[in-house]
Each structure stands twice: as structure tokens, then as C-alpha cells.
Design a protein around this ligand. Structure first.
Ligand code: ADP
Ligand code: MG
Length: 242
């Protein structure tokens, strides 16, 4: 729905803001912390005097405050992470269908077609619909951003006794071979306005479902993201064994 779309975009922009804050503050905080430690070492080497011990006290207070700032930022980023997942028996394509529905106008404006090749009945998984919507949103957004002149996003499925697999392919700009391994790193982005958190979050969401995520990409040809989720019964056995 339109509300979901606004929610997802709100989450995306908050994440962007938060990562911006963390990025901008992280470096100076680090530098201040290092120099305060150096100052304390220098003070320790100097001759003792009342004014020196006052200086030492000030530096120590600054040092404590800096690590407090660091803690606040880390806590802030952690708070943005999704809460405890709420798993239910679902069709793994259902959240994707919802995501595509609320992106449909944008897809149309960008001249991007969606092609879905799937079996009639896909085995169910234990999934958190909201998390999976966030996962698909991140992946579809990347595909859209990779296709300046429109194109096709192909969705395929397959399954065996243990896993349900979903692939999402685009015929966009692709990724340099030497950059492929970096796309899951936080803050890795090749976009001027990117935040570099989408793929990291995607991989965390997949992992929280006991699944795996793979990528196959060729520069100037396109990218395929492969998702694999354990089928419900397998996942239940896994959870019970944990
Ligand atoms: P962002 O989208 O903010 O850059 P992501 O974590 O979502 O951050 O993606 C990281 C990088 O991975 C992107 O900047 C892009 O270089 C690359 N990437 C991810 N998905 C695709 C795709 N479908 N096509 C081309 N490049 C992609
Ligand atoms: Mg992205």
C-alpha cells in the first residue's frame, strides 16, 4: 500500500541519515580519541606539578566523553536494526509481490518491466513478512538504480527437498568483478547518493531466516541475486536443534 511505501522510504532515509551521521562523526571521534591518548602519554612523561595534574584531569574527562559519544552512535545504529523477527508460515514470494505492488508506479515511470517465472505452488518457509519486504525492497531498488534506460527485472523460483530458491535478475549496469565481494560491506557504495547499507541489511535478513544470498554479475550486462531459504520443516528442525 501507499503507507508501506512511505514506511520503507522513511526507513531508507533514516538509515541514510544515520549512516551519514556515523560516517561523519566516526572519523573525528577516532582522531580526537587517539590524540587524547597521546596527550595523556606526554603528560605522564612531564614533571609533576599542580597545573599539570589539572590538565591531566581535563584530558581524562574529554577521553571519557569521547568514548561516551562513540557509544551513543553505536547504540543509535543498533537501535535502527530491526527488532526481534516475527516468523510465520508464508509463501516466500508473497512479500515480494507486495513490494512490487507498492513500487509499481515508480517501475512504470522508469520503463522497467517485471517478468515472473514461478511454479504454481511454492513450498512455504518460516518468514517475517516485514523483514522480507525490506529485503526485497533493497534488492529491487538496487536493480532499478542499475537501469538508467529501463529494462527487465526477471524473477525466477525453484525448490528441492530442503530449500526454496528465488532469483532476481536485472539487465542493468552490473558490477566490476573486483567489487563484487565488497557489496555486502557496510558503507560500500558506487553511487553519489548511496548509503551502502542495503546489501548488508539484505544479507542479515536472509541469515536471520537461516538462508543464504549469492550474487552473479557482469559489468554492462546485468546482475542476478540468488536467495535460498530453508523450507519450513527443515527450518523448524534447525531451530529445534539450536
Ligand atoms: P547503495 O545502493 O546505497 O549503494 P547497497 O548496499 O544497496 O548500497 O549496494 C552496494 C553497491 O552494490 C551499490 O552501490 C552498487 O555498486 C552495487 N550493487 C548492488 N546491487 C546492484 C545491482 N543490482 N546492479 C548493479 N550494482 C549493484
Ligand atoms: Mg541500495
Amino acid at each position: 500500500s501507499a503507507r508501506d511505501k512511505i514506511e520503507s522510504e522513511k526507513i531508507a532515509s533514516v538509515l541514510k541519515l544515520a549512516s551519514g551521521v556515523a560516517h561523519e562523526l566516526g572519523n573525528p571521534i577516532n582522531s580526537i580519541s587517539i590524540h587524547l591518548q597521546l596527550a595523556l602519554k606526554t603528560i605522564a612523561k612531564m614533571e609533576q606539578s599542580p597545573s599539570l595534574s589539572r590538565l591531566k584531569e581535563s584530558v581524562e574527562i574529554c577521553s571519557k566523553e569521547v568514548s561516551r559519544l562513540d557509544g551513543i552512535i553505536k547504540h543509535f545504529l543498533k537501535a535502527l536494526r530491526p527488532a526481534r523477527p516475527d516468523f510465520a508460515e508464508i509463501n516466500p514470494l508473497a512479500p515480494l509481490a507486495e513490494t512490487l505492488k507498492f513500487l509499481q508506479n515508480e517501475l512504470q515511470d522508469l520503463n522497467i518491466k517485471i517478468e515472473i517465472n514461478t511454479e504454481n505452488s511454492l513450498p512455504s518457509i518460516l518468514g517475517d513478512t516485514n523483514l522480507l519486504k525490506q529485503l526485497y525492497f533493497n534488492l529491487i531498488k538496487n536493480a532499478m538504480e542499475a537501469m538508467d534506460l529501463g529494462g527487465i527485472i526477471k524473477i525466477g523460483t525453484s525448490f528441492d527437498d530442503n530449500f526454496v530458491k528465488i532469483s532476481i535478475s536485472d539487465n542493468g549496469c552490473g558490477i566490476d568483478q573486483d567489487e563484487i565481494t565488497r557489496i555486502f560491506e557496510p558503507y560500500f557504495t558506487t553511487k553519489t547518493d548511496g548509503h551502502g547499507l542495503g546489501m548488508m541489511i539484505a544479507s542479515e535478513i536472509v541469515k536471520s531466516h537461516g538462508g543464504s544470498i549469492g550474487i552473479d554479475s557482469r559489468k554492462d550486462e546485468g546482475t542476478t541475486i540468488m536467495l535460498s531459504f530453508p523450507r519450513k520443516d527443515k527450518r523448524i528442525r534447525e531451530i529445534m536443534a539450536e
